[in-house]
Design a protein around this ligand. Structure first.
Ligand code: DUC
Ligand code: ZN
Ligand code: ZN
Length: 479
């Protein structure tokens, strides 16, 4: 099976070039100025359009069992929605319950993901600690292509871990050449603030951002980063939403520490006024953690993305329908946390990033795919347009426009946080593993066509870190 994309302009992280692309058997086979169409080949006329690496969303939660319910978007509908927006790969999360065996959880998630229509991979969360967790982290890295572990500093009484577990897990990740990732919110403070607010009669969604102020995120991000500094392990902070957390990331990077920061499309574009909506359902639909912030944080996050202190963009796609959100009708602490966006990330970032001049097209590619591929060690297979890479591509029409709505989106949820937003520039065609899976507004996906993507550990980086720590050890003095 082959696909020829003709007449377009290729945009990658480092160049913009008028060239054709031939994909054969799932891989990019040829990149040249004028490629003749072989027999039995589907042709896409990309005249006036850009061809970019398919997006990688490094942070999604399909069908996550969470807060007493299960996210409404499963691996089939979620990966299909991603394809409709030009995202060809997701990195989702295996989240074992407290005391649940890591391997058991990992196999459970692998089974759920069998129906994915686009490629996927998994970060695995460390939510508790004993010798079996230490052992299973090794098995996951060496035998199952996992090179990142997630740590929740919030959600007390559920998946939150303390510093002791974080230190054990970060140290183990370093030994294995894996990268620790962190949901940075001080869960003790959140718990205290939630209960204080509730006992003062604040029961609605407006209590949600009040219980998780920016300082709570800043403290946790800084703590995780400083723990990583002492252990000499890289660290990746997911969904940086507050200026204070960005400052912690930036400070550490300026000191030469290997710290990565991710920002969500939603946090760049939506502010905390949504929690004051007089319609309870609409306010509750925005309940996610960390919450949407006052506008000044959005400006800081854009600067973080532009300066390179934030390297990746994601969605934290975790959908709950109105009837699920209603579990917290009388108590904001019980509203399932999560919002969607996997279909819309690329188009809202193009519109508000590239069209406004905040990002160049090449920077857009970096923050939507290439940087994630490099950080999570799947480059150049993903996030590049090179011969031999996976044929995961998006043909992007910069003149097309659409208005985002829950009535027309492909997400399996009855709300869209970008409802009513008109964007200019969107995917006209998406190619996944060499097949045209989205064209002219229509999905042509096949259940189970997505592959699990193994991500090898960072051996060279790990070796370098080891050398550096040996170099740092003080020389004993003879007295
Ligand atoms: N935040 C959410 O809003 N939902 C899922 C998990 C998370 O950290
Ligand atoms: Zn999180
Ligand atoms: Zn998340």
């Amino acid at each position: 099976m082959s696909v020829l994309i003709k007449g377009g302009t290729v945009v990658t992280a480092d160049q913009t070039l008028r060239t054709d692309i031939l994909c054969v058997d799932g891989k990019i086979q040829q990149i040249a100025e004028a490629i003749d169409k072989p027999g039995q080949c589907e042709e896409i006329d990309a005249g006036g359009q850009y061809i970019m690496p398919g997006g990688i969303d490094p942070h999604t939660h399909m069908q996550l069992p969470f807060m007493g319910t299960v996210a409404s978007e499963d691996f089939f509908t979620g990966t299909a929605a991603g394809l409709a927006g030009g995202t060809t790969m997701i990195i989702d999360f295996v989240i074992p319950g407290p005391q649940q065996n890591l391997m058991e959880a990992y196999h459970q998630w692998r089974e759920w993901a069998q129906k994915a229509v686009a490629d996927y991979s998994f970060h695995v969360a460390v939510t508790w600690w004993d010798d079996s967790v230490h052992r299973d982290m090794g098995t996951l890295v060496r035998e199952h292509g996992v090179n990142s572990f997630k740590h929740f500093m919030a959600y007390k009484g559920a998946i939150m871990i303390d510093d002791e577990i974080m230190v054990s897990s970060f140290s183990r990740a370093l030994e294995l050449g894996a990268v620790p990732t962190v949901h940075a919110e001080n869960g003790e403070l959140v718990f205290r603030l939630q209960n204080d607010l509730f006992s003062r009669g604040i029961t609605g969604p407006e209590g949600h951002p009040l219980s998780r102020p920016p300082e709570v995120e800043g403290e946790a991000a800084n703590r995780a980063i400083r723990i990583a500094e002492v252990l000499n392990v890289p660290v990746y902070i997911v969904h940086v939403s507050a200026r204070q957390a960005l400052e912690a990331v930036t400070r550490a990077r300026n000191e030469g520490q290997r710290v990565f920061g991710e920002v969500l499309a939603g946090h760049l574009l939506i502010d905390d006024s949504v929690y004051l909506d007089t319609d309870w359902g609409r306010a509750a639909a925005h309940v996610m953690s960390p919450p949407f912030r006052p506008k000044e944080h959005q400006a800081a996050l854009w600067r973080g993305l532009q300066s390179g202190n934030l390297q990746t963009t994601a969605t934290d796609h975790c959908c709950f329908c109105f009837d699920q959100k209603a579990m917290g009708r009388e108590d904001f602490r019980k509203i399932p946390n999560g919002t969607g966006g996997v279909e819309n990330r690329m188009e809202v970032l193009w519109h508000h990033g590239v069209n406004t001049g905040r990002l160049t097209m090449n920077e857009f590619v970096r923050v939507t795919s290439t940087n994630a591929a490099q950080i999570f060690n799947i480059y150049p297979r993903k996030g590049s347009i090179t011969v031999g890479a996976d044929a995961d591509l998006v043909v992007w029409d910069p003149e097309a426009s659409k208005t985002i709505s829950a009535k027309t989106h492909h997400h399996n949820v009855d709300f869209n946080i970008f409802e009513g937003m008109t964007v200019k520039g969107c995917a006209s065609h998406t190619i996944s593993n060499g097949k045209v899976v989205y064209a002219d507004g229509k999905l042509k996906v096949e259940k189970g066509a997505g592959n699990y993507v193994n991500r090898p550990p960072y051996a060279p980086f790990y070796d370098a870190v080891q050398k550096q720590s040996r170099a740092k050890a003080p020389t004993p003095v003879n007295r």
